[in-house]
Design a protein around this ligand. Structure first.
Ligand code: NAD
Length: 498
């Protein structure tokens, strides 16, 4: 049993609120630790610490700040195996998938090693007679991030690396379900040379989050999690005058055109629908084949693939996916499948009763596949966040384009086709933030930005890429005139006050 406290002022501190939560190992169902849940007072202490440390860090030149990130990268590289194992044991995803979680975060740290260049301002010489105008980017001060359970390495790194590289001090409130990796990342940051107080991890639940949202010294809040909480965090943070970028849930569609390579499309659907047990905000949860012939041919390929998915413990390298994160989440996903059956969708593969031999208390579920799902069903409208793929049959392209465009979520979408014109039209017209063309999970790389539309994202700047630098800095614009008259030459007589 591990006891996880907080990481404040460069060291571990035990929780003092008297409240804590269990940390489970989903593959066995055992409790493997307890995590402290911070009170508002504990959060406030972290903020005071961060506030005191931040000015010196902001005054450290950006190249030195970048070097800390370079050393941080080296330390993560040395520890990827043990970090991935820790991640898999607390989250439930497989170890190869956990390595991907770390890698996609690392790529944003790599981007941040360019911070001296990324923070450069603009300069206009001779904007008026004798006047130059320039802009500079300055850090905000203390900023905070609240992150979900499903990417415990990637999402904290997406947030803390740009925030800290820009010269801010950072308070991370990770998911209470898998706090182990965020805590280890904070230790590695210290080893990399980050001054104490610049990265603080405050574990907790709603109380710590509310403390962040109301704190007068926290200038910006980044959130990733479910839509209801994203909207709540956005509303309360902005009501207190903070910058906020809050990313929520998703229902990502994949359109399969009649000319698509169906073997490729089926492959993509299996990986993107069931990888990480569907607990990804960019998972494909709705397949939209266009026309009956496409739908029938796709179902012929999908059914045997879903039936033969290999569910296994997180430490089994041959498993396609592992257990769900908690028993409560497993039950919620199962009840969505029950609901789909009651709503009249056709459950063609039923994984509800899957049991993992030798791991009977683990939170496992097999893959489920629904056919004939209709847009007015709750299993179509709501995010399930599990290994459940719904097939909605579209009669033609316009019908298919309308589905993701009119859905309340707008995170990711994909189209499979061999027709460049259809792909271009789709990318241009679809009302969704991230689009894949023959790519099932179009997560943009670190130097582009990540963000969904509609109820998948609140706020106007995306995560990572150039938007992150804008989000974590404020722009100051200087207009300067230096009057002439100092060019008269050297004065050789001793100056006197004539
Ligand atoms: P969640 O909303 O339950 O929790 C997210 C964070 O909010 C956690 O740190 C949690 O402690 C905190 N929180 C929970 N309830 C709260 C409350 N009532 N008040 C204040 N704070 C609260 O989400 P989750 O289950 O950890 O993560 C899964 C969700 O995240 C899914 O909906 C998924 O789509 C979404 N997600 C979105 C993206 C994206 O970029 N759009 C990325 C990953 C995950």
């Amino acid at each position: 049993m591990r006891d996880v406290g907080h990481f404040i002022g460069g060291k571990h501190v035990a929780g003092t609120s008297g409240r804590s939560a269990d940390i489970f190992q989903p593959m066995t169902g055992e409790v493997i630790g307890r995590v402290a849940l911070a009170s508002r007072d504990e959060l406030r202490k972290a903020v005071e610490n961060a506030k005191a440390a931040q000015p010196a860090w902001a005054a450290t030149n950006p190249q030195r700040r970048a070097r800390v990130m370079m050393r941080f990268l080296e330390l993560i590289a040395k520890e990827t195996d043990s970090l991935a194992e820790l991640l898999a044991r607390e989250h439930g995803k497989t170890i190869p998938d956990a390595k991907g979680d770390i890698q996609r975060g690392v790529e944003v740290v790599e981007f941040c090693t360019g911070i001296p260049h990324l923070m450069k301002g603009d300069f206009s010489e001779g904007a008026g007679p004798g006047i130059d105008m320039y802009s500079i980017r300055q850090p905000l001060g203390v900023v905070a991030g609240i992150t979900p359970f499903n990417f415990p390495a990637m999402i904290p790194l997406w947030k803390l690396a740009p925030a800290i590289s820009c010269g801010n001090a950072y308070i991370l409130k990770p998911s209470e379900r898998d706090p182990g990796v965020p805590m280890r990342l904070a230790e590695l940051m210290m080893e990399a040379g980050l001054p104490a107080g610049i990265l603080n991890v405050v574990n907790g639940d709603k109380e710590a989050v509310d403390g962040i949202l109301d704190d007068p010294d926290i200038m910006a809040v980044g959130f990733v999690g479910s839509t209801a909480i994203a909207e709540y965090v956005y509303t309360r943070a902005t009501a207190h005058g903070k910058r906020a970028q809050c990313f929520g849930g998703a229902k990502n569609h994949m359109i399969i055109m009649p000319d698509a390579d169906l073997d490729q499309a089926a492959d993509a659907l299996i990986g993107a629908g069931f990888g990480s047990a569907g607990e990804r905000c960019m998972a494909i949860s709705v397949a939209v084949p266009v026309g009956k012939a496409t739908a029938d041919a796709l179902m012929d390929r999908l059914i045997p693939r879903v039936e033969s998915l290999k569910v296994g413990p997180s430490t089994d390298p041959s498993a396609d996916f592992g257990p769900m994160v908690t028993k409560a989440h497993l039950e919620k996903v199962r009840s969505y499948v029950d609901l789909g059956v009651n709503e009249g969708a056709k459950l063609v593969v039923d994984g509800r009763n899957f049991k993992m031999q030798g791991y009977e208390n683990g939170f496992y579920m097999g893959g489920c596949l629904f056919d004939d799902v209709k847009p007015d069903m709750r299993i179509y409208k709501e995010e399930i966040f599990g290994p459940v793929l719904s097939v909605v049959r579209a009669k033609d392209y316009e019908d298919a384009l309308r589905l993701p465009s009119e859905h309340e979520y707008g995170n990711g979408v994909a189209i499979y086709t061999r027709d460049g014109d259809a792909a271009r039209d789709f990318a241009s017209r679809v009302n969704v933030g991230m689009v894949g063309i023959n790519i099932p999970i179009p997560v943009p790389l670190a130097y582009y930005t990540f963000g969904g539309w509609k109820r998948s994202g609140f706020g106007d700047l995306n995560q990572h890429g150039p938007d992150a630098i804008r989000f974590y800095t404020k722009t100051k614009t200087v207009t300067s005139r230096w009057p002439s008259g100092t060019k008269e030459g050297a004065e050789f007589s001793i100056p006197t006050m004539k």
